[in-house]
Design a protein around this ligand. Structure first.
Ligand code: KG4
Ligand code: ZN
Length: 470
């Protein structure tokens, strides 16, 4: 049992008998030093461990710390320090430990202490290691949940940049037969998968929900029935384990997939290209979003899928169109869509042009060269995306670019942006291919920054099929 001595001054005599070599001056210490405090550990009525610490405004210094030799290696010291860390979570805490005490150093590191300085010969021949736990240094673990469309995914990310474990269960095979995602089937599949995916994610990370600092969930935009499965799971876990609930915009998630590759630098422009979105976003700092422009009709991913469909490619057609485009050459003449001075996009005209071209050729009895058509289409898409994005970067004098969303997996688009950025000295980052399409690692990464900005929701949080990014 742990007790704070401040309220138990009558225990001091007993203390002296157990720890007389250190604590003989405790009475005078407590009466003369208003900053000094003691924390005691009892085995029945016997004091077997203690910490003497100084509380000084925003700082807590652990000055002395001992456990009776018969009681060492039983985790008593850890419990005492953890008590202080939990109680004074909002203070910077310092302590000293022998440099060769790897086990203790490891335990302190797990509590968020970092090595700060070495004090030579501090312990009569052994160096002392000064460790500090700053509130801002504490590692933050976010559990991310993503179920906006046809992927059920959970992920644990540390400090918004280090992925601990991610599990993605894709329903692509279920929806393939229907040529697109069937919302009702998608939500039922999420319900079936959700507990398995969560359990696998926790077991891969070797963590429990109680180790998590907050739960971030994508609550929109997306398919409402699908979103609700992830959202209700998040709310239930937050309620059961008393964790903060952090709502995350699905597109913020796609953007923060880049932070898992490299710390994002600001100001930046993000080109968001997915199955449901085509947007240019300006970010002056973390978790601040300003939409410069977007598609007026179809999203670019949707256009890839529909163009693929007319070429008899199974849903989602994007990856296959990309593959074919690399084999073919630009032979078909297609219009460059909405080639104007705005930051908006339009893809329905281009989609119709491809569909009409295929139908006309079929009627004439000609065979379409799929590789060349894919290449011509992808080329036009690359042309308009790079043109508008790079113009926005010049006009807004921004030198950091990131791509986001499922279509940022496109090899042709990545190559074109890479070449142009290198030519112009633009700092660019693309998400890892596996985190371009929907996943929870991106939600957990974004969730960390939302959490740091104080974004919280209560259990009345709802899901939205469309939602403004802010
Ligand atoms: O981001 P995402 O998983 O879902 C939404 O939030 O919409 O994006 C899915 C979209 C699909 O339209 C898919 O065809 C497209 O991303 N996609 C690609 C590629 N890989 C996925 N499009 C073009 N080239 C690719 N390599
Ligand atoms: Zn998405």
């Amino acid at each position: 049992m742990i007790k704070e001595l401040d309220n138990e001054l009558n225990l001091i005599d007993e203390l002296e008998s157990s720890f007389n070599y250190v604590l003989k001056d405790i009475k005078s210490d407590l009466s003369s030093n208003p900053f000094s405090h003691y924390l005691l550990y009892f085995d029945n009525d016997k004091i077997v461990g203690y910490i003497n610490y100084y509380l000084m405004y925003e700082k807590l210094e652990i000055a002395n710390f001992d456990v009776l030799s018969d009681y060492q290696n039983k985790g008593i010291g850890t419990k005492l320090i953890k008590y202080l860390v939990d109680k004074y979570n909002n203070l910077d805490i310092t302590l000293e430990v022998r440099c060769n005490n790897d086990k203790a150093i490891h335990i302190y590191e797990k509590m968020g202490f970092k090595k700060v300085a070495i004090r030579e010969n501090y312990y009569h021949g052994i160096d002392g290691l000064l460790m500090e736990r700053k509130e801002i240094m504490k590692d933050i673990y976010i559990l991310g949940i993503e179920s906006s469309c046809d992927e059920t995914s959970f992920s644990i990310v540390k400090n918004g940049c280090e992925e601990i474990s991610t599990v993605i269960s894709s329903q692509i095979d279920i929806h393939k037969d229907y040529g697109g995602v069937v919302p009702e089937i998608a939500s039922r599949a999420h319900v079936k998968n959700v507990t398995f995916v969560l359990e696998e994610c926790l077991s891969k990370a070797n963590m429990k929900i109680s180790d998590i600092d907050a739960i971030a969930v994508a609550n929109g935009p997306g398919l409402i029935g699908s979103l609700l499965v992830g959202l209700e799971t998040a709310k239930t876990l937050c309620w059961l384990y008393n964790k903060p609930l952090v709502p995350v915009h699905h597109i913020a998630g796609h953007i923060y997939a880049n932070n898992l590759v490299k710390k994002m630098e600001f100001p930046l422009i993000s080109l968001v290209i997915s199955g449901g979105h085509t947007e240019l976003i300006y970010m002056k700092e973390d978790y601040s979003f300003e939409k410069l422009g977007g598609t007026l009709d179809d999203a670019v991913g949707e256009c890839f899928d529909k163009v693929g469909k007319v070429m008899d490619i199974a849903y989602p057609a994007g990856p296959m169109v990309d593959k074919l485009a690399h084999i073919g050459s630009h032979q078909y003449n297609l219009p460059i869509p909405l080639d104007d001075d705005s930051y908006n996009f339009s893809f329905s005209g281009l989609k119709s042009a491809v569909i009409n071209l295929v139908h006309n050729e079929e009627q004439r009895g000609n065979v379409i060269n799929k590789e060349n058509l894919a290449c011509s289409f992808q080329d036009v898409v690359c042309e308009i995306l790079t043109k508008k994005t790079l113009r926005a970067m010049t006009e807004l004098k921004v030198n950091n670019l990131i791509l986001a969303g499922g279509v940022s997996a496109n090899k042709g688009i990545r190559e074109r942006f890479k070449d142009l950025c290198e030519l112009r000295g633009i700092n660019y980052t693309f998400p890892e291919i596996k985190y371009c399409t929907d996943n929870a690692a991106m939600v957990a990464a974004a969730g960390y920054f939302a959490y740091q900005k104080g974004r919280r929701a209560d259990l009345s949080l709802n899901a939205y099929s469309s939602m403004e990014l802010k």
